[in-house]
Design a protein around this ligand. Structure first.
Ligand code: NAP
Ligand code: HSE
Length: 458
């Protein structure tokens, strides 16, 4: 009897499932069209075009409206015509985009400051919604653009601007909104993570790894923005602003690049149980916000140590959630296009439901920025000293004066000269005190060269 009832229920459920499948073709009857203009058809623009056109049918069914790419703005029409199905949508005239009332969403994927900044403002002024992947622009003008979007009642989304395909902006704005966030840190540049992985695991030369990262579409138009830490610095400014609800600009972030990291540093770090990664850190402390990007030694057991190639990962610490980690592809055409497409669909949904422009006051606090010398870290120090009795005592005596204690040490004799290489990892120390200790060390005749100083994350 019971089995009979269960079978009957199962058969009703199967019928219901079948009904849903049969109804699954709503797009033929819909009237509403959401019009898009893509600005740029390079790595990210090309990826977004491929994702949108490849998934168009599914996307339209899910939204219940038509999505139309009305224009793609480029400089070189001939080059772009090889990448699209219908080259009539290509233009090199901004007027074609801004004066078209059928364009609801402008998707800025050109990069750089100008004309991107002007185009985005003009689009918002005309009541058009905006998606961008442009972290350079956001780290400089993000607060102004958020305010303009709020005033004009338009949506402004930029999920792709930080950590490529990883959803991190939406979680910070919405899913984690119930938290007081105190720390956000991670690997937010795919190019440098790719280079460091290739150097560490395959012994590849720095230059060769950079060429590969560029060929794979990870690097910026000017890759010094990646290797000098500028790109990661811009992302840290965006993350810190959203996490701590106060404007943090690129110029507030202390930035150091990774191009000086050598195979030798990586080998010593490994012997000391650590990897080297280019890391971005932002903390909201009692005395202000600290934000920096620099190469750091991480314990091999730390989850970020195994984030390799172009993968990125972001750690967030909140009072309610505790630790949360977001992981995925941080660069490249399709991962970034995935984030851009998600933003386009969210905005299209808002348009359809008449709920656009719900930005709210995201940056409502004012917080002082801390100076780098007031931050606390451990340090990896590699130096060449005279190979004689008493030199190590000299080193530790200077360290002790500034309350720097040695947690780990390696010493290697040189074969050819009377020098020894000493590699030290210190305990936690105020940066300003450590810098003074290093300056004092550099005046000692026994210290021949200070080759490297890298912060250590613990
Ligand atoms: P890209 O490959 O250099 O492509 C740029 C595109 O924009 C090209 O189609 C270019 O057209 C067009 N363009 C540039 N300036 C223009 C102008 N003044 N007028 C009209 N068109 C213009 O750059 P991308 O790597 O796709 O990066 C685009 C944006 O996404 C940047 O903000 C970047 O930081 C960001 N982003 C990139 C990645 C990534 O993995 N690559 C990931 C996340 C975010 P022409 O070719 O005709 O000059
Ligand atoms: N050049 C950037 C990177 C692209 O390598 O991470 C993604 O923002």
């Amino acid at each position: 009897m019971i089995i009979g009832i269960m079978k009957q229920r199962q058969s009703i459920m199967e019928q219901k499932k079948l009904e849903i499948v049969i109804e699954d073709n709503p797009i033929d009857n819909v009237q509403k069209t959401v019009g898009l203009a893509l600005l740029g058809l390079g790595t990210v623009g090309g990826g977004t075009y491929r994702v949108l056109t490849g998934q168009l049918d599914e996307i339209q069914k899910r939204l219940g409206c038509r999505i139309e790419i009305r224009h793609i703005l480029v400089r070189n029409l001939k080059k772009a015509s090889l990448r699209v199905q219908d080259s009539r949508i290509l233009t090199n005239r901004w007027e074609d985009v801004i004066e078209d009332d059928g364009v609801d969403i402008v998707v800025e994927l050109m990069g750089g400051m100008e004309p991107a900044y002007t185009y985005i403002r003009e689009a918002m002024e005309r009541g058009k919604h905006v998606v961008t992947a442009n972290k350079d622009l956001l780290a400089e003008h993000g607060p102004t653009l958020l305010e303009l979007a709020l005033n004009k009642g338009v949506d402004f989304m930029f999920e792709a601007a930080v950590a490529g395909g990883i959803p991190i902006i939406m979680p910070l704005e919405k899913s984690l909104a119930g938290n007081h966030l105190t720390e956000i840190m991670g690997i937010v540049n795919g190019t440098t993570n790719f280079i460091l992985t290739k150097m560490s695991e395959e012994g590849m030369d720095y230059r060769e790894a950079l060429i590969q990262a560029t060929e794979l579409g990870y690097a910026e138009a000017d890759p010094t923005a990646d290797v000098d830490g500028l790109d990661a610095g811009r992302k840290v400014a965006i993350l810190a602003s959203l996490a701590f609800h106060c404007p943090v600009y690129f110029h507030d972030v202390h930035v150091e690049g990774m191009s000086m990291i050598s195979a030798k540093d990586i080998r010593y770090a490994s012997q000391m149980g650590r990897t080297i990664k280019l890391v971005g850190v932002a903390r909201d402390t009692d005395t202000g916000v600290e934000a920096y990007v620099c190469p750091m030694l991480l314990p091999k057991s730390h989850p970020l140590s195994s984030v390799n190639d172009s993968f990125n990962a972001v750690f967030v610490h909140g009072d309610a959630v505790g630790d949360a980690m977001f992981f995925g592809r941080g660069a490249g055409d399709l991962p970034t296009a995935s984030a851009v497409t998600g933003d386009i669909l969210s905005i299209a949904e808002n348009i359809l439901h008449g709920s656009s422009g719900r930005i709210g006051q995201l940056l409502y606090k004012k917080r002082p920025m801390k100076r780098m010398e007031d931050t606390y870290n451990r340090y990896f120090l590699r130096l060449h000293v005279e190979d004689r009795c008493g030199v190590l005592a000299e080193l530790t005596e200077i360290f002790a004066r500034y309350e720097v204690s040695v947690a780990q040490i390696i010493q290697r004799e040189h074969q050819k000269d009377d020098l020894a290489e000493v590699v030290v990892i210190t305990s936690l120390v105020r940066e300003g005190d450590f810098q003074t200790a290093i300056e004092e060390l550099s005046y000692r005749t026994s210290v021949k060269k200070i080759s490297r100083m890298i912060r250590v994350y613990e």
